[in-house]
Design a binder for this molecule. Structure first.
Ligand SMILES: C[S@@+](CC[C@H](N)C(=O)[O-])C[C@H]1O[C@@H](n2cnc3c(N)ncnc32)[C@H](O)[C@@H]1O
Length: 362
């Protein structure tokens, strides 16, 4: 499983004996926040002016036994102490480090704060994640999440993996299919490849359920021209997802919007056009909500019988198998694929992908 640098206390500028320093408190934890990274990693802590290239940085170390790590950075050069700053905490690889080939999901996902200073008020309780679609990406996508433990308002491993998976699928358009999976041809999902590669006169209609911060749907709208993506979730995500939509840069003729949608009470007419693709990432962790989720999917596909559903999940409990049983009972059949994401001590973790369509049309 992937680990995320989190701010337990967001950075602020402090005056110390006539000079200025930055203080913050971080931890490195899983998406669920249920365990901490249990290996030593070298970190680089960097303060930079929001609108300038001037930076001040210092290495530090996260140790396997850490549960939190206090960060102090200073004394700051006077030019930095007088302007709004952002603080980035990221893994510092040795100079001879060769990035692994394949998925670009790192073991430890870096964090950048919201702007703070020059006053001693702490930064807003937000974290900016910069996510590379593939190695060599010079313009990573940017997604804001909250610092707290909310399930909805931060990004999840399956969301990260789905971004990589969709990127591979979009970029494998026109390439010859191969039997390989895990490393990028996505040939196990012909229906997904087809839906993402067909050129259309009208936009591809995409709906995401349980979108959280919006990482998956926003990535798709940024990668794929001519698609209309409707992100949905419970009202509690409205603020963070709107922030991310406003900061997004959709591809030509693509668009993003958000609407509240509770699986327990989905609206009759969600879209004016038939839906082509429904995205569901990391939404099967709570078996109590699975009947409502499957029922919502069923209702959407009844009004858009040609729609396919891409479900991504990381297995957390045995009870999640109920999802597959409910989908089968609802007449859905799936192609399956997977993607390996890094885990600590050089191990891998698996994200599963299912591409559902209605096997029995009624
Ligand atoms: C683990 S998060 C996944 C977020 C995002 N898809 C990702 O992969 O990063 C699960 C999401 O499902 C949403 N969710 C849970 N129950 C829901 C319901 N009844 N109706 C709508 N959304 C729900 C939560 O609000 C949350 O955003």
């Amino acid at each position: 499983m992937v680990y995320y640098v989190r701010f337990l206390k967001t950075p602020k500028v402090q005056q110390q004996k006539g000079s200025f320093a930055i203080s913050a408190l971080i931890c490195i934890t899983t998406d669920l926040g249920d365990s901490f990274l249990a290996e030593d990693v070298d970190l680089m802590v960097r303060a930079s002016g929001k609108s300038s290239r001037i930076a001040f940085e210092r290495p530090t170390k996260w140790q396997a036994s850490n549960r939190e790590l206090a960060i102090t950075l200073g004394p700051l050069p006077p030019v930095l102490a007088q302007q709004p700053l952002v603080l980035t905490v990221q893994v510092q690889h040795p100079q001879d480090y060769i990035p692994p080939r394949g998925p670009t999901i790192p073991l430890v996902v870096a964090a950048t704060s919201a702007p703070f200073g020059p006053r001693p008020t702490p930064a807003e309780k937000l974290i900016l994640r910069r996510i590379q679609y593939s190695s060599g990406d010079t313009r990573p996508m940017e997604i804001w999440e909250e610092t707290g433990n909310s399930i909805a308002r931060h990004i999840w491993d399956a969301g990260l993996a789905t971004v990589t998976y969709i990127h591979k699928t979009v970029n494998s358009r026109g390439k010859t299919a191969s039997k390989e999976s895990n490393n990028g041809t996505c040939s196990q999902m012909p229906a997904l490849k087809q839906v993402l590669s067909t050129s259309r006169n009208t936009p591809l209609q995409v709906v995401e359920l349980g979108a959280g911060c919006g990482i998956v749907g926003i990535a798709l709208a940024q990668m794929l021209p001519n698609c209309s993506v409707l992100l949905t979730d419970l009202p509690e995500v409205g603020e963070i997802i709107t922030r991310n939509i406003n900061a997004a840069q959709p591809a030509t003729m693509s668009s993003l919007r958000y609407q509240n949608l509770d699986w327990d009470d989905p609206p009759e007419n969600l879209c004016s056009q038939p839906i082509d693709l429904i995205l569901v990432s990391d939404c099967t962790y709570n078996s109590d909500s699975l009947p409502a989720l499957v029922s919502a999917l069923d209702r959407l596909v009844r009004t858009s019988p040609e729609a396919i559903i891409l479900v991504a999940l990381k297995r957390r409990h045995d009870s999640e198998t109920v999802f597959f049983e409910l989908m089968e009972s609802a007449g859905f059949a799936a192609d399956k694929d997977n993607l390996l994401i890094p885990s600590q001590h050089g191990e891998d973790d698996e994200i599963e992908f299912y591409c559902y369509s209605r096997s029995v049309k009624d």
